[in-house]
Design a binder for this molecule. Structure first.
Ligand code: PGA
Length: 256
């Protein structure tokens, strides 16, 4: 059985004071985290600070993005996977829709980043999802298949032994418009079938998170869908009470 995984994507939010009180509150409520893997992804500058505060806790740390090449180099402003690994990260969010749309990351760049993250021994959280226009045009499956297809083609199905996929419909991110459990389940099942076409065992072990306006009020029903294995949480991960309630919902729903 798959163990659900909930990750908080803090995006460009936080300060030492804010992160200090958020993590203290998460640690104080940690008894709510049962039967679920949990990580938080602070802005890169705060990874060390957050990681230090989370030492010996069950909450792991991830990065929100890394450069598409590993190691060191003349790439002003970039952060490499080796650096976030050095600071204790176990996960890296790759191909978030904000990176794709605002920073022009193509499927090829995203696949290259997935490759460097895997190479470093970290787990990529590969984000995929359609825009509202694409959903209305009926091409959701084509879009998601294309985004995953480039990674499959470049790295092969065995890479998916160590990849987490986050299905995040772009129209649901930060909008308060959550996908219905049926809409989400149907895309999650489709994603699993894409991988199953190549290798059914890898597909059945694959963690597929849902992301997009997950809140304590809608978490349980989303996570009780058979192919939804937790969530990638934006706004609600900035509130310790909400984030813990979502982690608890994942642990409970997926153990049923
Ligand atoms: P949201 O963001 O929960 O604020 O909708 C999710 C995400 O962008 O990962």
């Amino acid at each position: 059985m798959r163990k659900p995984f909930v990750a908080g994507n803090w995006k460009m939010h936080g300060s030492k004071a804010m992160i200090g009180s958020l993590i203290s509150a998460l640690r104080a409520g940690a008894e709510q985290i049962k039967g679920v893997d949990v990580a938080v992804c602070p802005p890169s500058l705060y990874i060390q600070f957050a990681g230090d505060m989370l030492l010996e806790s069950q909450i792991k740390v991830g990065a929100q993005n890394v450069a598409s090449v590993a190691g060191q180099g003349a790439l002003t402003g970039e952060v490499s996977v080796d650096m976030v690994q050095d600071l204790g990260c176990q996960y890296v969010i790759v191909g978030h829709s904000e990176r794709r749309s605002i920073f022009d990351e193509t499927d090829e760049v995203v696949a290259a980043k997935v490759g460097v993250v895997l190479e470093a021994g970290l787990t990529p959280i590969l984000c995929v999802g359609e825009t509202l226009e694409q959903r209305e045009a009926g091409v959701t499956q084509d879009v998601v298949a294309g985004q995953i297809g480039v990674v499959l083609q470049k790295l092969g199905v065995s890479a998916f032994n160590n990849i987490v996929i986050a299905y995040e419909p772009v129209w649901a991110i930060g909008t308060g418009k959550v996908a219905t459990p049926e809409q989400a389940q149907s895309v999650h099942a489709f994603i699993r079938s894409l991988i199953a076409n190549e290798d059914s065992k890898i597909a059945s072990n694959l963690i597929i998170q849902y992301g997009g306006s997950v809140k304590p009020e809608n978490a349980a029903i989303l996570f009780s869908q058979p192919d939804i294995d937790g969530g990638l949480i934006g706004g609600a991960s900035l509130d310790a009470g909400d984030f813990l309630a979502i982690c608890k919902a994942a642990g409970e729903a997926c153990s049923e």
